[in-house]
Every structure is written in C-alpha cells, then in structure tokens.
Design a protein around this ligand. Sequence first.
Ligand SMILES: Cc1cc2nc3c(=O)[nH]c(=O)nc-3n(C[C@H](O)[C@H](O)[C@H](O)COP(=O)(O)OP(=O)(O)OC[C@H]3O[C@@H](n4cnc5c(N)ncnc54)[C@H](O)[C@@H]3O)c2cc1C
Length: 440
Amino acid sequence: MGKKIIVAGLGHGGIAAAAMLSDRGFDVTVYEKKSEGTLGYDWTDIFAPGSLRIAEMEMPSEDKYEYKEDMTFFGPTSEKSLRQHVPKNELEIKMERKDIYAHFIENAVKKGVKIVYDCEVCGPIVLGNRVVGIKTSAGDVYADLVIDSCGMNSPVRRNLPAFMGIEKEASREEKITIYRAFYEKASDEEVDAKFKVMLFKHGVKGISWVASEDEYTDVLLGRFDEFDLEEVERLNALLREENPRLGKERVRGGQFVEIPVRHALSVMVANGYAAIGDSAFMTVPLIGSGIANALKAAKILTDTVVADRDGIFTAETLWSYQYYFYKTLAAGLAPLECAKYLLLKLTPEEIDYCFDSGMLSNDNVTMSATFDGIADIMKIDPKDLINKAKSVCKDPVLLKKIVTCGATMGKVATACAMIPKKWNKERVFAWAKVYSYSFK
Ligand SMILES: Cc1cc2nc3c(=O)[nH]c(=O)nc-3n(C[C@H](O)[C@H](O)[C@H](O)COP(=O)(O)OP(=O)(O)OC[C@H]3O[C@@H](n4cnc5c(N)ncnc54)[C@H](O)[C@@H]3O)c2cc1C
C-alpha cells in the first residue's frame, strides 16, 4: 500500500485529486461532514467541460448537462447591454450541483478512494513543524499528507500555527454573499436576453442575475455585505417589474452562501499540508467560479505528489504545486481582483458610462470554457487598458480610478511573475508579503 493521504472535506478539487492519487497507488481517505447523498446545493453550476479531462474524468452522460446560454450584461440603468459571444466549441456546461458531485464521487470510488461521511473535521494535528493528521468528530487520524478541501472556512487552514505563514480568513470585501433560488415561471412572454447579468442594480453594490429557463426563473443576488430575506423580497419585487416571467413562488433553492472572490492563498503548502479549491481561494475573483480551477489544481497537485519519490511531502517538495498553479492559473486570475476593487469604487453613473461610452465591449464580458484569466477577456495587457481608457473616457475622476486599477493590475502581475521557483522559507514568505501587498 502506498503512502497515506487524508483529504479533509469533499470539495471538488479534493475529490478529484483523491481519485487521481488513489489511481496511482496512494491510500486515500476523504472525511466529509455531510451524509452520503446529501452533498451539493439545489441548483445548477456552470463550468468548463475540458477541466474534467484534465482531472482524468469522463464526460457525464448527455442527459446530465446542457450548454450554457450566452450572458447579457447590464449596467445599473444603462439601456446599452453587452452580450457574450462564446463560440459553440468553447461553451461551458451547466449541470445540477448534485449531479456534479455524484459524477465526481463515482469516479473517485471506482478508483479506490475511501469516503467517511458524517465525520466533521475539527482542525489539523501538528507535530513540531509538520501537519501529521486531522482531528475529527470520530477521533484523530494520521497521514503522510493532508489535502485541505474543506472550503472557504476550512477549520484545518484556520487552525494552522502562524509560523506556517498561511492566511486564515477572507475579509468582508474578499467574499461575496449570494442568495439563489428558482421561482415559478409567471408568464410565457418571450425574452430577448435569456440570461441577464446586472451590475449594481437597484443601488446595490453587487451582481445579480435573472435567467429565464423553460420551467422556472433562476435568480441570483450577490453583494458585498450581509442581507436578509426581507431584502431578497424587496429586490425580487423590483426585478419582477422588468422581468414578467419571474414569479413569486419559490420552487427550488433559497439559501444564502458565501463565495471567496479574492486572490489565491499566498502560501498554500506547509510540511505535510496542501490546500485546494475554496480552501485556497482559487475562484475567479470577479465572479466566484471555482470548479474548473479546483480540477486543474488537482492535476498539478497530483503530479507534484507523484514526483516526490521519497514521499516526504515537505513544504519544499509541495512548493512546485503552488509554483505551477501560479504560473498557469493564478497569475491570470489575480489581476481580476483589481477589476473587482475598481467596480466597488465606481458609482452607478460611472458604471453606466463604461457601458454607454463603448469603453467596454462584448469581448470584455466573454468568458468561454477556455478562460484562463484576465488576458482572455481584456484581449490586451494592463498597459493597453490604460491607453484605451484614456482615449475613450472624458471623465477625469473615472479615468483616474481606471488608471489606478490598471497600475495595480501591473503590480499584481509583476508580483505573480516573481514567485520563487524553489522553496526557501525566507524568500517565499518575503514574496508572499510583497504579493499580498500588491493588491493594496
Ligand atoms: C451559490 C454558488 C454558486 C456557484 N456557482 C458556481 C458555478 O456556476 N461555477 C463554478 O465553477 N463555481 C461556482 N461556485 C463556486 C464553487 O462552488 C467552488 O468554487 C468550488 O466548488 C470549489 O470549492 P470547494 O469544492 O473547494 O469547496 P466547497 O464547495 O465549500 O466544499 C467543501 C466541502 O467540504 C465539506 N466540509 C466543510 N467543512 C467541513 C468540516 N469541518 N468537516 C468535514 N467536511 C467539511 C463541505 O461539506 C463540502 O462538501 C458557486 C458557489 C456558490 C456558493
């Protein structure tokens, strides 16, 4: 039997890595607090199907998914909208979250992964300078490597000793609170834009969508502060005025959840420990998609673990996982956090101006299944963004905000490019400080 690996929490990246590592002879056990068959939310998710192949999974059967509609973006009051134009062969797929989980779990179990359900992970077990296991509701378990896949509020990451240099929390601005539910279809009226995404609608700093499906209307309300059901009702009433298909009766979903929308952890490995998925804040900072990134990370982690022939899994040997994750993904994702901060600084009028003046184009909102980061939507580098803004924007206050954002993106991109190739604790910690500071 190979070295023993614990996956804490049945997150998407964790279960994908578990399957690939078990397939290569490691002894892998996943500990999940929920009961078997209850994972996932009562709604659909969108992700790039190519990430399944990267994580060595088959496509689900055709009755389990459909291709995503192009989204149409709207400013707070602007009449002008921006529409995605994703080529057919680059469309993402839409699947029920419960079916995504079922597919991932079936693949993992087939490859020999053991899953312990109804088992709450309480924190890491640290011996000296190494994570050697986890504390769970069923007792302590030990392993050669702990993969932390417990999500944004992971008790493993939060309880690591400070000397490991791993951040514990996402701040309020680094996460978005989402309310999502499906409502009855109140009318058969045809709609021009089936999948409407609205920025700062109704004076709320956030993003919302109304997607008109054949059987129901899918509503997502996201914002950077807490809100309650009363506020959901108020916003839904306003949305109904412009979306007659949106009925009052909730037929599915209806939960508040939080998603990290920030840069990936500046240090995501320690001796005996690696974080993946939302535990490592791997989502796209502007929109919170994280499934494809978690799957791509799972492959990089698997390759790193396999390459450690002595199976010692120190920060030094695991560093290559973080290094290649940054080189291939995080470097493109991190500058999008600057775009998020820009959005938070803009007034509704300024956002409308970006739509109306032609500063933003359909290309800038087109994220396809091949999306890897900012270069895919900007089609230009941060320097050109500043030049484009200068040529189009006549408002000096707005221009200053955009120029500052472009400059910060440049700093972030430089910091990402400077990530040390080899682990050296002092150098890595110094880099992590510069990298984290570059967003300020
Ligand atoms: C409303 C919403 C919509 C989203 N839509 C999309 C989308 O369309 N496309 C997309 O790509 N991404 C989407 N995301 C983001 C995506 O869900 C995550 O980025 C992705 O799933 C990676 O997160 P994860 O699996 O690592 O963590 P999580 O999804 O948080 O999973 C963590 C797992 O660990 C378990 N766990 C947590 N704590 C413990 C504990 N103490 N002990 C044991 N087990 C524990 C949880 O039960 C869960 O099974 C959405 C997220 C939300 C909330």
